[in-house]
Write a protein that binds this ligand. Structure first.
Ligand code: SF4
Length: 98
């Protein structure tokens, strides 16, 4: 094996050794679907006037630009990190999808 081949081989081994543990770590992370629903009584939810069922005509989390769908019923929102918002919910930070 030449020096160049040995270096390439070592580089490939190193990449694989890092990629496999990262892949298993990513697969073990909880998804937004598994995150608990936002508590409408929580201070940040109240501050944003979050409501589980939107009373705003045609405006729901599911058609908000910040919504990160994780299923039919709920998804993530960067304003409520670590929690899920209901697809039919709404808050005062609503921004329509472009
Ligand atoms: Fe829903 Fe408000 Fe988040 Fe938009 S910003 S997804 S309306 S909680």
């Amino acid at each position: 094996m030449t020096d160049l081949n040995r270096r390439k081989f070592s580089k490939l081994l190193g990449t694989g050794a890092v990629a496999i543990p990262l892949a298993s770590l990513v697969n073990s992370l909880p998804s937004h679907a598994a995150a608990p629903m936002v508590d409408p009584e929580a201070a940040n939810a109240k501050a944003l006037m979050y409501m589980v069922e939107s009373d705003q005509e045609g405006k729901t989390c599911s058609n908000c630009a910040l919504y990160q769908a994780a299923g039919d019923e709920s998804g993530g929102c960067p304003l409520f990190s670590g929690s899920s918002v209901a697809a039919g919910a709404w808050c005062s930070a609503y921004a329509p999808k472009a």
